[in-house]
Ligand binder design. Structure first.
Ligand code: DX5
Ligand code: ZN
Length: 222
């Protein structure tokens, strides 16, 4: 079970210190939300911030591009130290080429599916990706409530993975708390992104441990 705190929920004036805090808390990955003010109605931060954070920790950087033109950002984020780059299936035709480009730059490939999008949109790409991200809120902002109607999508993606003998990670992002983490894990999610519910805690280590332990137990029923 991978626990990936989302830095979006941290104070931007303290990104360095918060990266260290997440690392010391036992985070497996750091999730980095990149928003361009066009694909989503918000702007976050870019490759330079990620490059400055990279020397502070050894944990993998999970870069989530909520951007209309990710093709111009793949090399800059590779150079900045991204390990995985996730792009959105809603981009349509460019997706195939983006997957190829991320892979050819030597990074892991993620594909994200927004709440209004059918999970079947990801079907043509399942063999080519390392991670499938089921969005459990509409992307753009941290701190939104979990959309429970996304649970069957997680189950479907998990069933495809088993049925087709594939091994992509199944990630969820948005409104993940102790409680919703368990619900997602019991549907087959194995990679949990959580912003507010982890960075918002004084004792982040116990929150990370609790989320991982609970999710591991719930996953046994998946
Ligand atoms: C939503 C982002 C998420 C966000 C999650 O647009 O993709 O990664 O940071 O934040 P919480 O966990 O607070 O919902
Ligand atoms: Zn995200």
């Amino acid at each position: 079970m991978i626990i990936a705190p989302s830095l979006l929920a941290a104070d931007p004036c303290r990104f360095g210190a918060e990266t260290l805090r997440a690392t010391r808390a036992g985070a497996d990955w750091l999730h980095l939300d990149i928003m361009d003010g066009h694909f989503v109605p918000n702007v976050s931060f870019g490759p330079e911030v990620v490059r400055r954070l990279r020397p502070l920790t050894k944990i993998p950087f999970d870069v989530h591009l909520m951007c209309s033109r990710p093709e111009i950002l793949l090399e800059p984020f590779k150079k900045a130290g991204a390990d995985t780059i996730t792009v959105h299936v809603e981009l349509g035709d460019p997706v195939e080429g983006l997957i190829w480009k991320i892979r050819s730059l030597g990074m892991k490939v993620g594909l994200a599916v927004n709440p209004p999008t059918q999970v079947s949109a990801a079907l043509p790409f399942l063999k080519k990706i390392d991670l499938l991200l089921i969005m459990t809120v509409n992307p753009g902002f941290g701190g939104q409530p979990f959309i429970a109607e996304m649970l069957p999508k997680i189950r479907q993606a998990h069933d495809w993975r088993k049925g087709k003998g594939l091994s992509y990670r199944l990630e969820v992002d948005g409104g993940i708390t102790q409680d919703t983490a368990l619900q997602c894990a019991s549907m087959g999610a194995d990679t949990l992104v959580a912003g507010t519910s982890l960075f918002g805690k004084r004792q982040m280590r116990s929150a990370v441990t609790r989320m991982r332990e609970g999710a591991v137990k719930a996953a046994r029923t998946a």
